[in-house]
Design a protein around this ligand. Structure first.
Ligand SMILES: [Ca+2]
Ligand SMILES: [Ca+2]
Length: 446
C-alpha cells in the first residue's frame, strides 16, 4: 500500500476532494484487508496509461504537477507537456491555483524549486472531514505548535528554532523531560483549547494543530483575518504521515531533513509490508487491540483509527475492524462476551502506562497481570497462550508509529521477523531524529 498510495491519489484526483479521500481510505483499507486487490489493480492499470509513474506517495503541494513525492525539474517538464496538450492535466499542476495551467504555473514551480516562492498551497489531510487546501505565506520563520506529535515532527526536521509558542502539554510531566528545549517557550493554552489572544500576541506565521482537535470554531475561525495560517497535521496516521512530513519540510525549508526521516521510516515500513504481502487472509492472526483507559479493557479501535491501520499494515486481523462507536466512530466499547466469541489469538494495548520517563515496568506488569487474570478473558486463546502485549502511545501515536508497527509485526509473526529489533529501531530514531538518548519503558513483556 505504501508504494501505490500515490497512484491511488493520482487516479482519483479528478473527483471531488471529499469523495477522493473517502474513496482512497476505503480502497487502502480494503486493500489492507485483501478484499479488493483485483479491482484496485484495475484502477491502477487504467490510470497508469495516462498519468506519470507513481512514487511512494503523492506530495500534496500545488506545483507537484506529476504527482510524485517532490517538486523538482520534472514538474516543469510535466507542466509544459500539459500546456502543449501532450499529457492529462492534474489538479496540483495549477501551482498558483487560478483555475488553469499556463506559464505562470511554470514560474511558480521554478520559485518553489529555488525556495523563493511567496506562498505555498497544499492539500492537508483531515481524516474526519474533507481534505482542505491551505495557503501558507512563505518563508515561514515563526510557528506555534499545539500538540505533542507535532513537537516531535518539528524535532525530526530540526526546526525547533522556528517555534515561538507551544501547547501546555509540552510543559507537563514527562513531556517536559522529552522536550526540554521547547518546554520553556511561552505557552498558548491547551492543544484542544488554545488561547487565541496569546497566539495573536506572539504573531506567528503559522499555527500547527492536530488534524481534528480543536474544532475549527476554536481556531481557524478565530484567527481569520489575522494573517496567521493554520495547518492541520497528524504525523501519526500511517496512510498520511510520510507526505505530511515532506510537506512540512518544504514549508519550513527543511526538505533534506524531511527526506532523511521518510527514508529511515520508509525502509522499515517497506520491509514489513514486503514480508507480510504474501500472507493469506485466513493465515492472519485474529487480534484484539485494547484502548486501555481508566482500568477499562473493553474499549478498542476500529476502521479508520490509527491502531486499525497499524494492524492492517502488520497483517493482523483486527476483530473490531467493522465496529463503530466512540470518538469519531472509531473507538467503540465492546461486550466481554463478544471478545470471548471472537476468540482473538493476540491481545495488545497501545495505551499502556509507561513511557520515556518511566524507568521500571511495575505498572506495565500490573496491567499485563490484570489482563491475563481477567475472569472474562480466561477462555480466550490469547490469554491461554499468554499472547498478551503492551505498548505505550509514544510508539504508535507519534511520528515514530513505525516503531509500534515493528513491534506488532514481531508479535504477529515472530518467525518472519526474528531479525527485526524494534528497540534498536527506536533507539536509532531517538538518537538521530530526536537528539535524545534511549531510555524509558515502552513495551511489556520485553
Ligand atoms: Ca513532482
Ligand atoms: Ca495556474
Amino acid at each position: 500500500m505504501h508504494k501505490i498510495d500515490g497512484m491511488l491519489y493520482a487516479g482519483l484526483l479528478c473527483e471531488d476532494s471529499r469523495e477522493m479521500l473517502n474513496h482512497t481510505t476505503e480502497l487502502v483499507l480494503g486493500m489492507i484487508k485483501g478484499q479488493i486487490i483485483i479491482s484496485l489493480l484495475l484502477v491502477v492499470a487504467a490510470y497508469a496509461t495516462v498519468l506519470p509513474l507513481a512514487a511512494a506517495y503523492t506530495l500534496e503541494i500545488f506545483g507537484n504537477a506529476n504527482l510524485d513525492d517532490a517538486v523538482n525539474e520534472s514538474d516543469i517538464a510535466y507542466a509544459w507537456d500539459i500546456i502543449a496538450g501532450r499529457v492529462a492535466s492534474t489538479e496540483l499542476a495549477d501551482a498558483n491555483r487560478d483555475g488553469s495551467v499556463d506559464e505562470e504555473d511554470i514560474t511558480q514551480i521554478e520559485e518553489i524549486i529555488n525556495e523563493s516562492e511567496e506562498s505555498l498551497s497544499l492539500k492537508a489531510f483531515t481524516i474526519y472531514d474533507q481534505s482542505k487546501i491551505v495557503n501558507i505565506p512563505m518563508p515561514v520563520e515563526k510557528i506555534v505548535i499545539l500538540n505533542l506529535a507535532c513537537a516531535e515532527a518539528i524535532r525530526c526536521l530540526k526546526a525547533e528554532d522556528k517555534v515561538i509558542g507551544i501547547g501546555t502539554s509540552m510543559t507537563e510531566g514527562e513531556n517536559k523531560d522529552f522536550f526540554p528545549e521547547l518546554s520553556d517557550l511561552p505557552a498558548v493554552g491547551k492543544w484542544s483549547d488554545p488561547d487565541i489572544e496569546a497566539i495573536l500576541q506572539l504573531k506567528p506565521d503559522v499555527v500547527i494543530a492536530d488534524l481534528r482537535t480543536p474544532d475549527t470554531e476554536k481556531l481557524e475561525d478565530k484567527l481569520a483575518g489575522s494573517g496567521i495560517a493554520v495547518l492541520r497535521m497528524g504525523f501519526t496516521y500511517p496512510d498520511y504521515s510520510m507526505p505530511e512530513m515532506m510537506a512540512l519540510g518544504m514549508i519550513l525549508g527543511k526538505k533534506d531533513e524531511a527526506a532523511q526521516f521518510t527514508d529511515f521510516a520508509g525502509n522499515y515500513i517497506d520491509l514489513i509490508e514486503d514480508r507480510v504481502s504474501t500472507i493469506q487472509e485466513s493465515e492472519k492472526p485474529r487480534v484484539y487491540p485494547i484502548y486501555y483507559t481508566s482500568d477499562n479493557l473493553w474499549k478498542t479501535g476500529s476502521n479508520g483509527s490509527i491502531v486499525d491501520m497499524l494492524c492492517g499494515l502488520a497483517a493482523g486481523d483486527n476483530i473490531a475492524h467493522n465496529l463503530t462507536g466512540g470518538t469519531g466512530g472509531m473507538y467503540p466499547t465492546v461486550d466481554p462476551e463478544w471478545v470471548v466469541e471472537e476468540n482473538p489469538q493476540i491481545i495488545f494495548t497501545w495505551s499502556s502506562p509507561g513511557g520515556y520517563s518511566v524507568d521500571n515496568d511495575t505498572q506495565m506488569q500490573e496491567l499485563w497481570t490484570r489482563i491475563v487474570e481477567a475472569p472474562e478473558l480466561a477462555e480466550v486463546d490469547a490469554v491461554k497462550d499468554r499472547q498478551v502485549h503492551l505498548m505505550t502511545t509514544e510508539v504508535t501515536s507519534r511520528p515514530r508509529w513505525f516503531v509500534g508497527l515493528a513491534y506488532l509485526a514481531k508479535w504477529f509473526y515472530p518467525d518472519q521477523f526474528e531479525d527485526l529489533d524494534p528497540e534498536a529501531v527506536h533507539k536509532e530514531y531517538l538518537e538521530k531524529f530526536q537528539g535524545v538518548g534511549y531510555q524509558g519503558t515502552f513495551v511489556y513483556p520485553e
